[in-house]
Write a protein of this length. Structure first.
Length: 802
């Protein structure tokens, strides 16, 4: 079915009138957006219901991707693209005389995630639908997303993200699919008809209401579902909810996303959120499966459940609970099914990010679940003790030292554990999860992360997309491996020049944004150097900042020296409770204040820290980037995904050999990436022999002395406290993330960057080479491997070939 521009215009004008009683000329951008959203939703509705019916009729095996976070970004353009009507709709809108861009911008960007993990979940939803894999997402409909970030005097200030203020045109409330979730109280086992069944007392019941959003496949007429759960007071249970405090407890449950990434705090509300998602999601799966009229012991043939980090790991005991308490399976039956159904992705090796819940909390909040965890643990120990002895078995216990180790439960209760990049998986096997690897060697596997080129190339960088189309045709859009054909153009001067032009236009677009929002003038001919990711010490935004200070000092010492102009661009939110990260934000903003206003510096050096970095800003920044900063301490970044997005948009990577930077290096070759710094092995050696002395490095490096002194000598304005804390962390407290160790090599590799940029042809040759090698990082490949090797689910599109 092809949509005609004329037909669209008529339909759209009718929708606007129907919804608002206004003509398109009278409607506001938001109203125009909302009406277009409603139109798109009804356009996709046919496929949505057909897909669902087909899955049910064919009884296909389905995947359920559980995640506490989804970061989909604005959905209007990506839905139009995937439906194959983006061009027609845009033309129709512009024919009417409306501004398509302002309609697109009227959409809120749902920030229901923190960063990499949440965005990965959304890239995966796009790939799953686009590959025709029957699968849905399961998450929470937070009333407030990740806070919006403001800078006041260079300090981060958090503002609530009221993203639902004007409603959400994409969601469909499914009240008839609501389920009850039980919390608290006491539980004891009683005999009934020869079976032990749990009897509950004083529990509170909360209603979980699903809101469904269409996940539209790329031009394949397939529409999957993202189901987000919202907590409500059960209408029939008003007796228990007469008090304000009881009502508040319910409203709080799905009120707000926890803003801490990679630094877990054991808050009771977070535990409730996790159980809420798991219980609602599993109940809904079992209810669907029962409709198929198949024996429950065969559920693993129709259902795969994936848990995105340990956050939804309570799926495991909840699944067992439902099968034994409510469906009367034996423990052994339930346990065997559970392991077959469940699979788990680990996203971190950072100890402080590992979820460990105090026993007392679990007992109080989810007493029956705690009993089941105890039983899983007891059986695990009983079985493994004779095989592996005390030490190893004890190391793998789920319950230990008063806490439940969620990663241990996730591994023991599933059939697959995967890391998110080669190096990360190797470290999991050999270091972090070593005892488990000895016990379950075949469970461990790698699935290097990926990104969806649909959003990160086709939508975010239309000009580059057009250039690629001109050179190699359009097949790469369905077959990302075809991007390698671009390798044939690296010696074509004309192509390199065209690539340069595209980059320049994207840089100008970003420069306009910076001028308008921040009133900073940046020169599009400068190198745009980009570091965009959550602010965390291990990601070492501080190393980047020290490099900027070093350049600043060089300019001040020698104001007339010729130097390659550079704009340093940062986007990063810090967890509200992460003081050190906030101090680094303040430092970078203070450096920006100093540098951007120094007449000696001019265009040679500018620093831009964009406020409120998120998916929408990423779409603006990434196409404009020349340099991609991937400078985490080796071994600490599980994968990274901005590295892949930036590469696909032609940025050259400055990197440590960490996370997926290793795979990027392997594809592009050493000559097409700027590597520096310690290797993960060297980092581990330092840990083992304990010989790292940051003070020694500091004292023996005159440049470092000069640079670090600016933190405490008043050179940088208004950072008395922050400067001292940061200085001490580096010199006094032995520099936890080896910033000083890697500093000198970083400076020298950055000099190579400047040199290469003098030769535009050489630069864009490498840039094009990077684009040409970005195909393997398509999330489509990643998802194919998950589907084949872990979920054992077939695509509904048998002809598909990537
Ligand atoms: C846990 C408990 C309580 C509150 C919050 C959390 C929590 C929330 C989010 C812990 C961690 C996260 C997010 C982690 C994350 O984004 N990790 C990133 O995942 C990416 C996708 O695999 C990787 O590319 C990054 O390397 C990794 O840091």
């Amino acid at each position: 079915m092809t949509l005609q521009v004329e037909e669209f215009r008529k339909d759209y004008e009718r929708v606007v009138k129907g919804m608002y009683g206004l003509s398109v000329e009278e409607a506001s951008p938001f109203q125009l957006y909302n009406a277009l959203g409603a139109y798109v939703k009804s356009f996709a509705g046919e496929h949505w219901s057909r897909t669902k019916t087909e899955y049910e009729k064919k009884q296909v095996k389905q995947l359920y991707y559980f995640s506490m976070e989804f970061l989909p970004g604005r959905m209007l353009k990506s839905n139009l693209l995937n439906l194959g009507i983006l061009d027609v709709v845009r033309e129709g809108i512009e024919d009417i005389g409306l501004d398509f861009h302002s309609i697109v911008q009227a959409e809120e960007d749902p920030a229901l995630g923190n960063g990499g993990l949440g965005r990965l979940a959304s890239c995966f939803m796009d790939s799953i639908a686009s590959l025709g894999i029957p699968g849905s997402g399961s998450g929470i409909r937070y009333r407030y997303g990740l806070f919006q970030q403001r800078f006041i005097d260079g300090h981060q200030v958090e503002v609530p993200d009221n993203w639902l203020r004007n409603g959400n045109v994409w969601e469909v409330r499914k009240e008839n699919k609501a389920v009850n979730v039980r919390f608290g109280g006491q539980v004891y086992m009683a005999e009934q008809k020869g079976r032990l069944i749990p009897v509950y007392e004083n529990t509170r019941t909360i209603l979980a209401v699903p809101y469904d959003t269409a996940m539209i496949g790329y031009q394949n007429e397939l529409v999957n579902n993202l189901r987000l759960w919202s907590a409500e007071i059960p209408p029939e249970d008003y007796v228990h909810y007469s008090s304000i405090s009881a009502q508040q407890e319910v409203n709080q449950l799905t009120e707000v996303l926890y803003p801490d990434d990679s630094n877990y705090e054991g808050r009771i509300l977070r535990l409730r959120q996790e159980y809420f998602l798991c219980s609602a999601g599993i109940q809904s799966i079992v209810r669907y499966y029962k409709k198929l009229q198949l024996p429950l012991t065969m559920i693993a043939e129709k259902v795969a459940i994936h848990i995105n980090d340990t956050h939804p790991a309570l799926c495991i005991p909840e699944f067992i609970r439902i099968l034994i308490d409510e469906e009367q399976l034996t423990w052994e039956q339930a346990w065997e099914s559970c392991k077959k159904v469940m699979s788990y992705t680990n996203h971190t090796i950072m100890q402080e990010a590992m979820e460990k819940w105090p026993i007392e909390m679990l007992k109080a909040e989810v007493p029956r679940i705690y009993q089941i965890i105890e039983e899983i643990n007891r059986r695990h120990i009983e079985k493994k003790l004779p095989l592996y002895g005390e030490e190893l078995t004890y190391q793998t216990a789920i319950i230990r030292e008063g806490v439940v180790n969620m990663a241990h439960m996730a591994i023991i209760g599933s059939h697959s554990v995967n890391g998110v990049a080669q190096l990360h998986t190797t470290i999991l096997k050999n270091e972090v999860l070593k005892p488990f690897y000895e016990m379950y060697p075949t469970r461990f596997n790698n699935k290097t992360n990926g990104i969806t080129q649909r959003r990160w190339l086709q939508l975010a960088n239309e000009e580059l997309t057009q250039l690629i189309d001109e050179k190699i045709g359009t097949a790469w859009k369905k077959k990302p491996s075809e991007l390698t054909i671009l390798k044939g153009f690296v010696n074509e001067d004309e192509t390199l020049k065209q690539l340069e032009d595209v980059k320049l236009r994207n840089k100008k677009r970003f420069a306009r944004y910076v001028k308008e929002k921040m009133d900073i003038t940046i020169d599009p001919n400068a190198i745009f150097d980009v570091q965009i990711k959550r602010l965390h010490a291990y990601k070492r935004q501080l190393l980047n900042a020290l490099h900027i200070i070093s350049r600043y000092l060089e300019i001040k010492e020698n104001p007339n020296a010729a130097i390659q102009p550079r704009v340093f661009i940062f986007g990063a939110k810090a967890a509200p409770s992460y003081l050190y990260a906030k101090q680094i934000i303040k430092l970078i903003n203070a450096i920006a204040e100093l540098v951007n206003n120094d007449p000696d510096v001019g265009d040679k050096l500018k620093v831009v820290f964009v406020e409120n970095y998120g998916v929408t800003l990423a779409e603006l920044i990434i196409p404009a980037a020349d340099v991609s900063e991937q400078i985490s301490l080796a071994s600490k970044e599980a994968s990274g995904t901005s590295n892949m997005k930036l590469m696909a948009n032609g940025a050259l990577t400055v990197a440590t050999l960490d996370g997926a930077n290793v795979e990027i290096r392997n594809y592009v070759g050493e000559e097409n990436i700027f590597l520096f710094g310690l290797t993960s092995q060297e980092v581990y050696e330092y840990y083992e022999n304990g010989t790292y002395s940051s003070r020694q490095i500091f004292e023996s490096n005159p440049r470092l002395i000069k640079v670090l002194n600016t933190l405490i000598d008043g050179t940088i304005p208004d950072i008395q406290e922050e400067g001292r804390v940061i200085f001490d962390s580096l010199v006094q407290y032995n520099d936890e993330y080896f910033v000083l160790k890697d500093f000198e090599e970083y400076i020298s590799v950055q000099r190579e960057v400047d040199e290469l940029y003098q030769d535009k042809q050489a630069w864009y040759r490498k840039s094009l080479w990077n684009i040409a090698n970005s195909g393997p990082f398509s999330a489509d490949f990643t998802i194919m491997r998950y589907a084949d090797e872990i979920w054992k689910i077939d695509s509904q599109m048998p002809e598909i070939e990537l």
